[in-house]
Design a protein around this ligand. Structure first.
Ligand SMILES: Cc1cc2nc3c(=O)[nH]c(=O)nc-3n(C[C@H](O)[C@H](O)[C@H](O)COP(=O)(O)O)c2cc1C
Length: 197
């Protein structure tokens, strides 16, 4: 059975992280990806990338409307393995930390926590006030992994794609997904192809 991974893309800057994660997952025949795109994310896909929202949706095995609170992934009885919110806005972080599940993305994340499955939040905002920090603390207390997209310059990245893929590699580590997106300390560097695919 394939590993079912839910990817939520919210409206923080850095939607490319979610897109790259989907592109890599699509190349793995062991993964079934489920995608939720918030309205804020759809806006940022247009602002920050050359992709159309339809292009991003085509990368996933299953696409869910953020309004569809009757989707399978809204229920704990539906077998999913893990979820990542990539990137995670402060608004969506707040929804998750407070179980304010008025859209599918937040509901699926809340279900992931209550079922004690891995939930990875790539929270992106800067600078952070204490309220943001407290929301992250609360989500972490409930079991989420807070994984901000922070570059590791010891990797000597040669392109934005390499910087993005390094954080996607950290995400895949948290999801227990095999990859070669980054050089491990003491290991061999693996370069992405020049097309960035
Ligand atoms: C270009 C752009 C960049 C943004 N970057 C961030 C960000 O980095 N972090 C954040 O928390 N919100 C950011 N926002 C604001 C969110 O998109 C906004 O709070 C939205 O309501 C989030 O909704 P969502 O979490 O349902 O997608 C940004 C908005 C725009 C238009």
């Amino acid at each position: 059975m394939k590993k079912r991974i839910i990817i939520g893309i919210s409206g923080a800057s850095g939607v490319i992280y979610g897109i790259r994660a989907l592109q890599h997952l699509a190349e793995m025949d062991t993964i079934e990806s489920h995608l939720i795109i918030s309205d804020g994310a759809a806006l940022n896909i247009a602002v920050e990338t050359d992709f159309k929202v339809a292009d991003v949706k085509a990368m996933a095995d299953v696409v869910h409307s953020n309004d569809n609170l009757a989707a399978g992934i809204a229920s704990g009885s539906y077998r999913a393995d893990a979820m990542a919110v990539v990137p995670c806005s402060i608004k969506t972080l707040s929804g998750i930390a407070n179980s304010y599940a008025d859209n599918l993305l937040v509901r699926a994340a809340d279900v992931t926590l209550k079922e004690r499955r891995p939930l990875i939040l790539m929270v992106r905002e800067t600078p952070l006030h204490k309220g943001h920090l407290e929301l992250m603390t609360r989500a972490a207390d409930y079991g989420a992994v807070i994984l901000p997209p922070v570059p590791a310059f010891y990797q000597q990245p040669a392109s934005v794609t390499e910087i993005v893929d390094q954080s996607v590699g950290k995400l895949f580590d948290c999801l227990d997904i095999e990859h070669d997106l980054m050089r491990r300390w003491g290991g061999k560097k693996t370069k992405p192809t020049s097309s960035g695919q």
